[in-house]
Write a protein that binds this ligand. Structure first.
Ligand code: ADP
Ligand code: ADP
Length: 221
């Protein structure tokens, strides 16, 4: 896993939308950081900066001690929508980012096991439920073995029961793989259930107003 550090990070869209305004944040390798806050408080923007999809207007973002210059295989991303390639099998979707890796097939099989999709390897995304699609998206994000997993409301579009199952599964995957996770949600319940640390953000301007170390209940359920 990798560390994440933001120093004095601001991001202003146009002239006056201060999406982020002075973010200082240090995340240790292996933490599960849940970021919660109302719509528009800058959660996605924060994640996009760490992903390298955007650059800050001011300040600095570092991953594993190195300034972020763009997206890279050290950071896997999962979005609210699974964004799988509809014409590819689950297996090929997961293999997509590691096409030229030796041992790829074994790696894909291992990942499908990890997310519980071993029996769905040959199916296409439209043959899967929403929860299965999201599990495939998680496997795809993990394929290049990133130190960091970035998740932007990954379960928000799922029904309540599926969401609960996926939360349990994600916790298990995090325990098994030891990744650093940044998990954005607007659900306080979800943040408190999953996070070993919970950040609360506020709107106008986007700031971290609470940074709570948290010991989630890790009993097997
Ligand atoms: P959240 O993920 O917490 O809902 P966002 O990071 O998406 O918040 O957005 C933070 C603020 O930045 C909001 O006011 C939003 O309207 C604005 N914003 C986000 N993306 C853009 C963009 N591409 N152009 C202009 N304003 C944006
Ligand atoms: P299609 O997308 O045409 O249905 P498959 O899903 O059967 O193709 O296979 C897609 C890719 O999955 C293959 O090109 C191969 O790289 C990989 N693959 C094949 N066998 C295995 C396996 N046993 N475990 C994991 N990956 C495999």
């Amino acid at each position: 896993p990798d560390s994440v550090a933001l120093k004095g990070v601001t991001l202003t869209y146009g002239r006056k939308v201060h999406a982020l305004d002075g973010i200082d944040l240090a995340i240790e390798p292996g933490e599960f950081v849940a970021i919660v806050g109302p719509s528009g408080c800058g959660k996605s923007t924060l994640l996009r900066l760490v992903a390298g999809f955007a650059r800050p207007t001011g300040g600095e973002v570092r991953v594993g001690g190195e300034p972020v210059a763009g997206p890279g295989p050290d950071r896997g991303m999962v979005f609210q929508q699974p964004r799988l390639f509809p014409w590819l099998s689950v297996r090929r979707n997961v293999a997509f980012g590691i096409r030229r890796h030796p041992g790829r097939d074994a790696r894909v099989a291992e990942l499908l096991d990890l997310v519980g999709l071993a029996d769905a390897a040959r199916l296409r995304p439209y043959e899967l439920s929403g929860g299965m699609q999201q599990r495939a998206a998680i496997a795809r994000a993990l394929a290049p073995d990133p130190g960091i997993l970035l998740m932007d409301e990954p379960f928000a579009a799922l029904d309540a029961l599926t969401r609960e199952r996926l939360q349990e599964e994600l916790r298990r995957i995090w325990q098994q793989t030891g990744k650093t996770v940044l998990f954005v949600t607007h659900s306080v319940d979800e943040a408190v259930f999953l996070g070993t640390r919970v950040l609360v953000m506020s709107k106008r301007p986007g700031r971290i107003v609470l940074d709570l170390p948290h010991q989630p209940d890790l009993r097997e359920t």
